[in-house]
Design a protein around this ligand. Sequence first.
Ligand SMILES: [Zn+2]
Length: 80
Amino acid sequence: MDAQQMDEQRLRAAAKFVDTWAQSGLASDLIRDYGCTLTCNEANDMAQLFREFGYPEIASVILEDHSKYDEPGDLHYVGE
Ligand SMILES: [Zn+2]
């Protein structure tokens, strides 16, 4: 497999991951349904992935949910 094929395979895997998580609702329910919180970097990277693959609404939900758990001084802290 050459480098371009590897890139294409990675891109397909990432697109499939995003579609599956978007359709199952898991991406936007991680915190609400599973009590799973993300670090600031995890939230940013996950939101970017969904945004780049055509799910800007889910990206917003990820960051909005995440921000509720940030504390003063954290990147996404919005206050009480
Ligand atoms: Zn944060």
